[in-house]
Design a protein around this ligand. Structure first.
Ligand code: SF4
Length: 275
């Protein structure tokens, strides 16, 4: 019996399948949620602060306003399921929020927010491929028009920039966003950029007809590979240094875990959700 296809594809799922098809199966097909980490929760907090900052009138976006936005985002944390699940010890809260403030300051050192003319924040876009039926989705941190009239896709990263050898692979997500913008609005962005707050670096590229077609082919090839893996119920484990951070090691035969235990866990979660 074939496994069900995921309902959609997104940059994070593309990255997950490329890194390790078996981990992708646990997360996207079996729907066993990964655990929040300090880094992911802090990333969400800083993204929320920057989104709030961009909703202010441009001249008001100074440092004090940015930190007020961070305070507002922090005030919403007690209701956040990921913050609750993280259960960070109280003794570590001060360091957590100090670092979040440093990341907001790092952002302010990368660009002047009073110059940003954002037309979309946390912008949800999707496109269905007419031949395969694949639904491609993305949530763009920021879509703006720069002072030269260029449409720009911006994605914030709260970690550090990658080794130059891996920089190209990290750009796949923003090129997918560019593709979605073009499909939805009929205009190809003139620039896509990643703002790395961890070490204050910007990596930018200009999408072209060639890069857009390459992304379209890549997304189609990954969807085809996922479809084949579902039909054959065969998602290969890909052992790499990323295994050290994988939430599914106890279910991974290549790491001494039990696939059966993973499938039992998934079945129990489905029953609890009433699927
Ligand atoms: S432990 Fe490594 S090989 Fe196993 S599922 Fe996780 S990432 Fe894949």
């Amino acid at each position: 019996m074939a496994l069900p296809l995921p309902s959609s594809l997104s940059p994070s799922k593309i990255s997950s399948f490329t890194d390790c098809p078996l981990a992708f199966r646990f997360e996207a097909i079996e729907r066993i949620p990964s655990r929040p980490t300090e880094a992911t929760v802090k990333g969400t907090l800083v993204h929320s602060a920057l989104e709030r900052l961009m909703t202010l009138d441009a001249p008001a976006r100074d440092r004090a306003a940015a930190h007020r936005c961070l305070d507002e985002a922090r005030a919403a944390l007690p209701e956040d399921p990921e913050w609750i699940e993280l259960a960070l010890p109280a003794s570590e809260h001060a360091a957590f929020f100090t670092h979040a403030g440093q990341l907001v300051d790092a952002y302010l050192g990368l660009e002047d927010p009073t110059t940003i003319d954002a037309s979309g924040l946390e912008l949800h876009l999707e496109h269905t491929d007419p031949s395969s039926g694949m639904l491609l989705r993305g949530i763009i941190d920021r879509l703006e028009t720069d002072p030269h009239g260029t449409l720009v896709v911006t994605d914030y990263k709260t970690g550090r920039s990658p080794n130059p050898r891996y920089a190209q692979s990290r750009m796949v997500g923003v090129h997918v966003y560019s593709y979605l913008v073009e499909k939805n609005y009929g205009h190809r962005p003139g620039r896509v950029q990643l703002l790395y707050l961890g070490d204050q670096k910007v990596i930018a590229e200009e999408p072209t007809e060639q890069s857009t077609r390459a992304i379209e082919r890549k997304v189609g090839a990954i969807w085809d590979a996922i479809t084949r893996s579902c039909e054959r119920e065969n998602f290969q484990a890909r052992v790499s240094p990323l295994c050290n951070w994988c939430d599914y090691r106890e279910f991974c035969p290549d790491k001494g875990g039990s696939l059966e235990l993973g499938l039992e866990t998934a079945a129990a979660l489905r029953a609890a959700r009433g699927d």
